[in-house]
Design a binder for this molecule. Structure first.
Ligand code: ATP
Length: 300
């Protein structure tokens, strides 16, 4: 395992920020770490990277305890903190060389040039960091996180505040990096998880509420929703009489969303209802429950 977290708890004074959570990430996996504001994501990431100590529990990175091997662990981890603490007065190349030297990277000049190319900073490489846009600062943050070729990358909200184009580019970059490394990234954005993550962990008020693949999460719900469109107008009340239909939502006079329990195949009941009432069905399809809705249900 690249990351093993067992019964991790963190108290800040009286407050329990992380409450007895356990999870693992395999080598080469991209793990999405989700939760509402204040759920405990940054706290967990800071403990994994060895920046703050746990109150209780055990964290291993690449098979090593983070408390027992703090220096070794830092060589194996690349970390992009939530508030990417860049030195704004330094130039891009100067800063990356500085970081490379801290990590005792061999052939600093070549490595910095390689990172600049990898994260797409060629055009901005001679600028002062303070003069860069948010998206380019994030790229500098990513470059510093991978400059020492770590096995594990911890990225705290790497795409927050980016414009839609930058978002797509940074996601693609993370996905590419994830082909070789284990990545754990925190986010509020469900689509991000759908787009790049192999596994999803959701926390709420410090408690772990889900640990699944994105597809498993989508299937977790008991409810099925079916979109039906009839040839003519039909009333909501009529549709409510269909066996096992628990909810009817009107889209138009002839189109509705019918909900029921997954256990019952509502489509058959809808079809026989239409037949009995001599109605013609133009469209009938099962609606995919979005991960966004699953997230809302688990964290409300
Ligand atoms: N140094 C600290 N001292 C006291 N309380 C803290 C400290 N750091 C975090 N907290 C509290 O711990 C809880 C979890 O915070 P954390 O930053 O880990 O959440 P998060 O999930 O990363 O939130 P966000 O999505 O808003 O960044 C919050 O209630 C926060 O106020």
């Amino acid at each position: 395992m690249s990351i093993t977290v067992k019964h991790l708890t963190k108290y800040y004074g009286q407050q329990t920020a992380v409450n007895n959570i356990s999870f693992e990430a395999k080598k080469g996996e991209i793990l999405g770490f989700l939760g509402p504001n204040g759920a405990g994501k940054s706290t967990t990431m800071k403990i994994i990277t060895g920046f703050i100590p746990a109150s209780e529990g055990h964290v291993e990175v690449c098979g090593m305890d983070v408390n027992e091997h703090p220096i070794e662990i830092r060589k194996k981890i690349g970390y992009l903190p939530e508030h990417n603490p860049l030195y704004l007065d330094m130039y891009v190349k100067e800063y990356l060389s500085f970081v490379a030297k801290i990590y005792k990277v061999k052939n600093v000049k070549a490595r910095v040039a390689e990172m600049i190319q990898k994260v797409g900073l060629e055009k901005e490489q001679h600028k002062r960091i303070g003069a860069l846009s948010k998206g380019y600062r994030q790229r500098v943050g990513l470059a510093q996180a991978i400059i020492h070729d770590p096995e594990v990358l911890i990225l705290d909200e790497p795409t927050s505040g980016l414009d839609p184009n930058q978002l797509v580019e940074i996601r693609a970059l993370i996905k590419k990096i994830g082909e070789e490394k284990t990545v754990m990234l925190s986010t509020h954005i469900m689509q991000e998880v759908e787009a790049i993550c192999d596994k999803v962990i959701i926390i709420k008020n410090g408690d772990l509420v889900a640990n699944n693949t994105a597809a498993e999460l989508q299937n977790q719900t008991e409810e099925v929703v079916i979109y039906v469109e009839f040839e003519g107008d039909i009333s909501r009340n009529q549709l409510k009489t269909i066996e096992n239909v628990s909810r009817v939502e009107k889209i138009s006079n002839s189109a509705f969303l019918l909900s029921g329990n997954k256990q019952n195949d509502l489509r058959k009941n809808i079809a026989s209802f239409a037949q009995k009432n001599e109605l013609l069905i133009l469209t009938m399809k099962v609606e995919e429950k979005s991960l966004e809705e699953v997230f809302k249900a688990l964290t409300k």
